[in-house]
Design a protein. Structure first.
Lengths: 397, 293
């Protein structure tokens, strides 16, 4: 077969014709890039109300007043940063929650360093998360809070809710992998074969750049080529450039992942798929998913290439709750939080679901304690409220 | 001091004397091999012994090149021209490289012809295999020569680090080549499309259409590649090679840091672990105390 002949002459002719247009774009680009740009991320005002080691807890209070009695704690993944939930005005899940009158707390996991390499999942779930949740319960004088986990943070939240069901009123999981024995997601395929022990023994913490490269390689055509072609095409559009730079800032602002946590996550979950079988252990305690008896709302993206729907949708069947709902959105992994279209329904839907389940607590002590900025102390769990009527739904949006 | 004594102390004479002793040693060792292999009748073991036999021969050729007067002069009196010894030592390496170059040329001439769309079983693995073989046969052995003396451990680690860096680079090249394959395949596919539409006179004015099509094809190729066992194998190879290199490099850095009044990686890791365990215990006790209150 002969080599294909590319009509180079025609391409060159077209390029020459376009040159005037290119010159205009270059002029516009220089105006935009050299002029003032607003590329700040995570700008919604908040207070840091709790600090422990490298972690911080951000507190966001609705300006127009709190409409929900129970505050919501957001737990982000250890990969990338929680700033994604507050990327920019108009595309901020946090702002949307505040508009709905939801009081929000959010864990900022910070940047793990060498001293954090020995931290396990147990330290994150039964350590930091438990301390933060106790702190919020104490601060609001309530026995239970609402918990929402994102991606790996969602997996942590599932673990937490199973081990401490008495402290969680409602559980929301978004793009949360809980079933790992699938071959539809590339991460699931690759993670099964890597020698994670050797990797962690050699590297300590998993370097952020290595993780980022891994994510870029999941779809190089789009993430390493087309994305930047799109940027060049729109380089004269100030609004586009600002949004693009914000996203770039978020994507490449990645902390390293604590080595022992990564080791356990890959071994117990990606390789052995223990969580969904209620066989995983943390701190010597088995995680029994049947102990998740609180209402559960499970969001995932139809086009999620990192955590495919198959990795998320089995959770609602595995838990002990009678009030569960699956919501499959027409978007990808990140789109759930940043897509303008999805944003219109994501936070309002969660707020509505929470409001429907925001019953006042019975018999909890009204003793208030001062706000602490140190390790929070655990309180005796209060009596569990009864489960609402049986409600298992599966919704595609 | 007599002229004869002077000669004996002169470095060239000392070197010649040492080399002669070493060669005699290898010669005598060499004579032992036939007897030593007799009890081992299996083919595998025989092959292993044949490999061992080549070691003294290689040493002999190396020594004879080194012992030549012009080489000795070059070594001890400085050189303006490339000495014979270097040429002779590199001869075998060139052989390997010319093979490799041949394979590169073959690969270049096949570019775009051999690769079939959405198939990655026909990856040209030979090129990197050949490169790895040339490296392992002709170069790696020099970096792994047993070291002697007080500083043997340090020299060994330096050699290992260089060796592993080279192996990592080879594995990385293979990985990068694999990542490039979909670009090659998709470019071929889109150029065929362009040729076809040009022949039909239906070439679109808007080249973005073809770019979009190319990206789509490229994405498809990557998806197929990333799920293939070949890719997973190469990915694991590059990770293994990288980890080997980082591990060797860390050992080397550890050696260097020991020369200075600073904490080494090992010291810091031990310290971090102790702090981690202590903090964990303190937090546990704090919770217990708070519970008692």
């Amino acid at each position: 077969m002969s080599e294909p002949k590319i009509p180079v002459d025609l391409i060159m002719k077209k390029l020459a014709e376009d040159s005037e247009e290119v010159l205009k774009t270059v002029q516009k680009a220089s105006d935009v890039l050299l002029g003032p740009l607003d590329t700040a991320i995570s700008t919604t005002p908040c207070d840091i109300v709790y600090e422990e080691d490298r972690i911080k807890v951000k507190h966001y209070k609705p300006k127009a007043g709190v409409k929900l009695k129970t505050p919501l704690l957001l737990v982000y993944a250890l990969i990338n940063r929680e700033t994604m939930l507050d990327l920019q005005p108009g595309r901020s899940a946090i702002q949307n929650f505040l508009d709905e009158g939801v009081e929000v707390y959010m864990i900022d996991w910070g940047y793990p360093t060498r001293k954090d390499k020995y931290l396990t999942i147990d330290d994150h779930v039964n350590g930091y998360m438990d301390n933060v949740i106790d702190f919020i319960r104490e601060r609001h004088n309530i026995s239970k809070i609402n918990l929402m986990g994102i991606c790996m943070g969602g997996t942590f939240s599932v673990m937490y809710a199973a081990l401490h069901p008495e402290k969680i009123k409602n559980l929301i999981t978004t793009v949360t992998p809980t079933y790992f024995d699938i071959d539809t997601g590339l991460l699931h395929i690759w993670m099964k074969t890597i020698d994670v022990d050797r990797m962690i023994d050699t590297l300590g913490n998993v370097p952020a750049d290595m993780m980022n490269l891994g994510f870029l390689i999941l779809n190089p055509a789009r993430l390493m080529i087309d994305k930047y072609v799109g940027f060049l095409k729109n380089i004269g559009n100030k609004n586009f450039v600002e949004n693009f730079i914000r996203m770039e800032k978020w994507i490449f602002d990645s902390p390293d992942v604590p080595g022992e946590t990564f080791r356990q996550f890959i071994t117990d979950l990606y390789k052995k798929n223990l969580l969904i079988q209620s066989k995983m252990e943390l701190g010597g305690r088995r995680i029994d998913l049947k102990k998740i008896t609180m209402p559960l709302l499970n969001f995932y993206g139809k086009y999620d290439h990192l955590v495919p729907p198959e990795a998320c949708e089995r959770l609602t069947e595995a838990v002990g709750s009678n009030d569960t709902q699956d919501l499959c959105l027409d978007t990808g992994h990140i789109g759930i939080y940043v897509s303008s279209k999805v944003q219109k329904e994501f936070a309002p839907r969660i707020a509505k679901w929470l409001k429907e389940r925001d019953k006042p607590e019975k018999g909890h002590s009204s003793r208030k304690k001062p706000v602490a900025k140190a390790t929070a102390t655990a309180k005796k769990p209060s009596a569990r409220t009864s489960s609402p009527k049986k409600e298992k739904k599966k919704t595609a949006a | 001091m007599s002229e004869n004594q002077n000669e004996k102390l002169y470095p060239e004479s000392l070197m010649s004397f040492w080399m002669k002793s070493a060669t005699d040693f290898w010669k005598s060792t060499d004579r032992m091999w036939p007897d030593a292999t007799e009890p081992f009748q299996s083919e595998g073991l025989k092959k292993q012994f044949q490999k061992l036999e080549s070691a003294p021969k290689m040493w002999q050729s190396f020594i004879s090149a080194f012992s030549a007067p012009e080489s000795m002069n070059a070594v001890f009196k400085g050189v303006d021209i490339l000495p014979e010894v270097v040429l002779q030592t590199l001869q075998s390496g060139w052989g390997g490289y010319s093979d490799l170059q041949k394979k590169w040329l073959e690969k270049a001439s096949r570019m775009g012809k051999q690769s079939e769309a959405y198939k990655f079983e026909d990856i040209d693995k030979d090129l990197f295999k050949a490169f790895a073989e040339v490296y392992e046969k002709e170069f790696s052995q020099f970096l792994n020569v047993p070291q002697v003396g007080l500083t043997r451990f340090y020299q060994e680690r330096m050699g290992q680090t260089l060796d592993r860096l080279n192996l990592f680079e080879i594995a990385l090249s293979e990985f990068m080549n694999l990542l490039y394959l979909p670009v090659e395949k998709s470019t071929k596919a889109i150029s065929e499309t362009l040729e076809e539409v040009t022949k039909r006179g239906e070439l679109s004015e808007n080249f973005e259409e073809y770019y979009r099509e190319w990206v789509k094809i490229l994405e498809g190729h990557y998806m197929v590649l990333f799920k293939s066992t070949e890719y997973i194998q190469v990915l694991n190879n590059v990770l293994d090679a990288g980890e080997n290199y980082f591990s060797a490099r860390n050992h080397l850095i550890e050696d260097i840091l020991q020369l200075f009044p600073v904490a080494t990686n090992k010291d810091l890791d031990e310290l971090c672990k102790e702090i981690y365990l202590l903090k964990k215990e303190v937090k546990k006790l704090s919770k217990k105390v708070a519970g008692l209150k």
